[in-house]
Design a protein. Structure first.
Length: 212
């Protein structure tokens, strides 16, 4: 199997991303852990826990408001592999994107491992992933690009220079943290905090009673 052209892969992922909110990411990660070696499987299980940790939680509201926090998907991620482009590298990057809830393009020129991993992840229940061929660095100009995942410092330096040339919002370039295939998934997500003023809405009778 070969990677398809970047534009074709991008279109396929864009169509599939509309259904991602309906998918249980923890179930997908559990399925993928059964197809990985011991080290990557452990990371998949850790990511599965992080899905729950990012779910909505209540925050203290000392003046009567209702405050909540949660992590939401950041958007389209591009994974660039790493030194050696082993299947474990691609799978580790795909796992991080799935854990964060992001659609992802595995950009690899002539690397069959990326195509194999993309098919594996789709088979586990995550449709918004594709292996793309791009020898000209066109990925850096994708308008929807939200994050770049890389496997080594050399790739990180090149990717940082490419995304720095973009106008608009800054794009994070995410490297492994600790183990070779362990990525900080919070960098592939965005925080959403909501504060609802329940006092103004008449939601806290005790505080309203204190008003003269």
């Amino acid at each position: 199997m070969r990677a398809v052209d970047l534009a074709v892969a991008q279109s396929a992922v864009a169509k599939a991303r509309t259904t991602l909110h309906e998918i249980d990411r923890a179930t997908v990660l559990a399925a993928l852990s059964r197809h990985a070696d011991a080290a990557v499987a452990t990371i998949a299980r850790e990511h599965s826990k992080s899905v729950d940790e990012g779910s909505e939680r209540e925050l203290p509201g000392p003046t009567g408001e209702r405050d909540s926090w949660r992590l939401e998907p950041r958007g389209l991620a591009v994974a660039l592999g790493g030194r050696g482009d082993q299947p474990a590298i691609w799978l580790g990057q795909a796992l991080a994107a799935v854990a964060a809830g992001d659609p992802v393009l595995l950009v690899a020129d002539g690397d069959a491992a990326a195509t194999t991993v993309a098919a594996l992840v789709r088979g586990a229940g995550w449709p918004a992933i594709a292996a793309a061929s791009d020898s000209e660095g066109r990925w850096s100009a994708i308008p929807e690009l939200s994050a770049v995942i890389v496997g080594d410092a050399g790739l990180a330096a090149r990717a940082t220079k490419m995304v720095a040339a973009r106008s608009g919002a800054r794009i994070p370039v995410v490297e492994p943290a600790g183990a070779p295939w362990r990525y900080p998934t919070w960098r592939l997500a965005t925080e959403r905090c909501v504060s609802v003023n329940t006092v103004a809405a008449g939601g806290n009778a005790y505080l309203l009673a204190q008003i003269d």
